[in-house]
Design a protein around this ligand. Structure first.
Ligand SMILES: [Zn+2]
Length: 429
């Protein structure tokens, strides 16, 4: 009797719970990840956190983080960044946001977190630096922030390849060369005896091949930590992410990387990619690979690839823009479409911390937009102060920076020329 009674009583609550949980799991794919690494200098570090919570204590608000840090001139910067970056990013996101608001706040929080980490590291180490490829996955939304030359690519379930990171190598980034030259750095190749120039383009002083990194204080502040950020939403068919250090990309093309491990589960795929890279070029550098499979919830085995179609593996530079997106014409949305939600790579903080930011008024006015320190009224400097553009912005418009972050901003823009002896030609500013 009792069991019968129970049988009668329980279903409603159970059913309700199931209803809620299936509703939530529909938007949460399964993530399977694997990593492989071959070390030469021991300066590659990785971070995996698969149970982070947007709302502390709410198990339904989980998101996952995957990071790759390829250090140079020692591993201090890479280790410090691995240990502190996530906290600095999360600390820059206002509390009590809905999921959509949280996702919209991420690109700006990533910029603040990268700059704060770089700035805090200044006091701890001067000569080491690190690339960062930082991936945050919430449901089918993937947000990637990167500095340096590690890369993150995505293959959608139909086999289209998307690049989710920028390449901040001086050799292949003219825009960055111009920025550095304008900020007081010099770009050129190594001179050897006899005047011949060899090797890749480097930034002087210092001789770094990268234009952005965390750390590298000895090189010059025009090597900035401001990340390129891309945010995309996958279709519910999912996809595969490959995050690798330059040891892989110097040896293999994106297509080769994806093809060499097709059909393998994530951990075996990562092993295979590192193996292929070493087979092709030998162990010339630290070589690290992270593979993350984003799988529809019902698909518990790794996605076996569909038969390759014609035109496979074509890099798509163009994404479907959000403005013309599915919400207006859902009937025209093909099942496998990667929607671009955000993309920005500017090195200028005034452009990255501001404007069209949907949540401006939710920020406390008197908190530094980078380091989140409390400020007294009138103490902060607007990120637009000294800005030479003619947009309708005023120096009293927020967001604001504390004096220390303002000094950092000016240094990154090449406005502190104390490093060299050139006279200040910007005296009229
Ligand atoms: Zn600050």
């Amino acid at each position: 009797m009792a069991t019968r009674h129970e049988h009668h009583m329980v279903p409603l609550s159970v059913l309700l719970k199931r209803e809620v949980s299936t509703e939530r799991t529909i938007e949460k794919p399964d993530l399977l990840h694997g990593q492989a690494s071959q070390s030469k200098k021991g300066e590659d570090f990785t971070l995996f956190k698969t149970e982070c919570q947007r709302i502390p204590g709410d198990g339904n608000s989980t998101f996952s983080v995957f990071g790759l840090f390829d250090g140079h001139n020692g591993s201090t910067a890479a280790i410090y960044t691995k240990e502190n970056l996530l906290n600095n990013i999360v600390g820059a996101i206002p509390a009590d946001l809905s999921r959509d608001e949280w996702l919209a706040a991420l690109p700006r929080a990533l910029v603040a977190g990268f700059v704060k980490t770089d700035k805090d590291l200044q006091d701890k180490a001067r000569t080491s630096g690190t690339t960062v490829t930082f991936v945050i996955i919430d449901g089918y939304v993937v947000t990637v922030a990167s500095v340096g030359d590690s890369r993150c690519i995505l293959e959608s379930s139909e086999g289209t390849i998307y690049s989710l990171s920028a390449d901040h190598r001086l050799e292949c980034n003219e825009e960055e060369r111009d920025r550095i030259t304008a900020s007081g750095g010099e770009v050129g190749r190594l001179n050897i005896v006899g005047g011949a120039q060899i090797g890749p383009l480097r930034c002087w002083p210092g001789g770094l091949c990268l234009s952005r990194s965390i750390g590298d204080m000895d090189v010059g502040e025009f090597i900035v930590p401001v990340p390129y950020v891309k945010q995309v939403k996958l279709s519910s068919a999912g996809g595969r992410l490959i995050i690798s250090s330059d040891g892989v990309w110097d040896a293999l093309s994106s297509e080769t990387v994806l093809n060499c491990c097709r059909g393998m589960p994530a951990d075996a795929a990562a092993e295979q990619i590192v193996k292929e890279a070493l087979h092709s070029k030998g162990l010339r550098d630290d070589t690290t690979c992270i593979v993350v499979d984003i799988l529809p919830i019902e698909k518990l085995t790794p996605s076996l690839p569909p038969p390759r179609k014609h035109g496979k593996g074509v890099f798509k530079a163009m994404f479907k823009k959000k403005s013309s997106s599915s919400s207006s014409h859902p009937e025209y949305t093909p099942p496998d479409l990667v929607e671009e939600m955000f993309e920005e790579g500017s090195a200028m903080l005034a452009e990255r911390l501001d404007t069209e930011y949907p949540l401006c008024n939710m920020f406390k006015l008197f908190v530094c937009a980078v380091c989140q320190v409390d400020m007294k009224p009138k103490e902060g400097t607007s990120v637009h102060s000294g800005s030479s553009n003619l947009r309708k912005l005023h120096s009293w418009d927020g967001p604001f920076l504390c004096s220390s972050c303002q000094a950092k901003k000016e240094a990154m823009e090449g406005k502190n020329q104390s490093r060299d002896d050139r006279s200040n030609s910007r005296g009229s500013d």
